[in-house]
Design a protein around this ligand. Structure first.
Ligand code: UDP
Length: 336
């Protein structure tokens, strides 16, 4: 029995593939390498380069590899980009998943784990936000994921599939052994920007808004370590394999840190100072986003290992330092 991971060469997907490989699972990957890197895959894991929505490709992979479960990460994830080019998001997220599901149904795949997002909630009235909160996404990114959730639900009902939808909060950090991490150039996420500033790759970090009605005026987020997130998927896999019913689960720790606290954590672990500018609010930002984790903790057998901001910052920094060294040695090699 084999697990198919789409987007397995990307940031979160590659941590998933590593976790599966370390657990002795058979795993194959489909990734179009638009933002992923084949070097992020453990040796020996088959990679099929192409789109997760390419039904011919997917059907070939499903037929060749006796796939029992699909874990679907492939997609586009940048909120501001989705505002500029919504159709790209409906294509890469919603339509691609339609193709993937069509192939899965035709080939009789019975289990599906889907990467969704807290962005489906929009600006929630209740905090921490529970899964049953109204879904009112504020971006095409959130809408494209919500549409996929709805489609998956309908397909599962019609075709006897079971699924787990995992709604991610703020994913951060890197493999504790610094084998893989977030390598995408031009990433916009807070922790990534902070460790780039800490390693001297950018001159400063802007804090987008210090006038929110929060204790220190900056926004609050629930950061989850990417390796804990991968283990949550493994727990979801076990849940489905043992007959668990389709469900939707928040994936966070249920605890919020402010933007300023997060930057301070990076400063503490790196031991260096870097410039922090207080800037105006970023349009579309939600003030506070914290997961109600009651359901995931009761449904899955999942115990987070890295529920600590300093640990997340330490791992993110270690990976960034490794990445920066690669860039320098790559540049030197190019000169030589
Ligand atoms: N943020 C910031 N400076 C940055 C990047 C992000 O102040 O350079 C803030 C952003 O405004 C938000 C929080 O950090 O309040 C988390 O943003 P991110 O883009 O990491 O994730 P999001 O919660 O938007 O998905």
């Amino acid at each position: 029995m084999t697990v198919l991971v789409t987007g397995g060469a990307g940031y979160i997907g590659s941590h998933m593939v590593l976790a599966l490989a370390e657990a002795g699972e058979n795993v194959v990957v489909i990734d179009n390498l638009s933002t992923g890197f084949s070097s992020a895959l453990p040796e020996g894991v088959p990679l099929f380069i192409g789109d997760a929505g390419d039904e011919t490709l997917v059907e070939n992979v499903l037929a060749q590899h006796d796939i029992e479960t699909i874990i679907h990460f492939a997609g586009s994830v940048v909120v501001p980009e989705s505002m500029r080019d919504p159709l790209a998001y409906y294509r890469n997220n919603t339509m691609a998943t339609r193709g993937l599901l069509n192939a899965a149904v035709r080939c009789g795949v019975r289990r599906f784990i889907f990467s969704s997002t807290a962005a489906v909630y929009g600006n929630p009235e209740q905090m921490p936000v529970p899964e049953e909160a109204p879904t009112r996404p504020l971006s095409p990114y959130g809408s494209s994921k919500l549409m996929t959730e709805i489609m998956l639900h309908d397909v599962a009902m019609a075709h006897g599939m079971n699924y787990v939808v995992l709604r991610y909060f703020n994913v951060a950090g890197a493999d504790p052994q610094a084998r893989i991490g977030l390598s995408t150039m031009g990433a916009t996420h807070l922790l990534k920007i902070a460790v780039e500033a800490a390693t001297g790759q950018r001159a400063k970090i802007d804090v987008f808004g210090t006038d929110y009605p929060t204790p220190d005026g900056s926004c609050i987020r629930d950061f989850i370590h990417v390796s804990d997130l991968a283990q949550a998927h493994r727990a979801a896999l076990t849940y489905l394999r043992t007959g668990g019913r389709s469900t939707t689960l928040n994936c966070g720790y249920g605890r919020g840190y402010s933007v300023l606290e997060t930057i301070e954590a990076v400063r503490q672990v790196c031991g260096r100072n870097f410039a922090v500018h207080h800037s105006k609010r970023r349009p579309g930002d939600i003030m506070t986003m914290i997961a109600d984790t009651g359901r995931i903790r009761s449904v899955l057998d999942w115990t987070p290992q890295y529920d600590d901001l300093a640990t997340i910052a330490t791992h993110a920094l270690a990976w960034e330092e490794k990445l920066a060294q690669h860039h320098v040695s790559g540049a030197l090699a190019a000169i030589a």
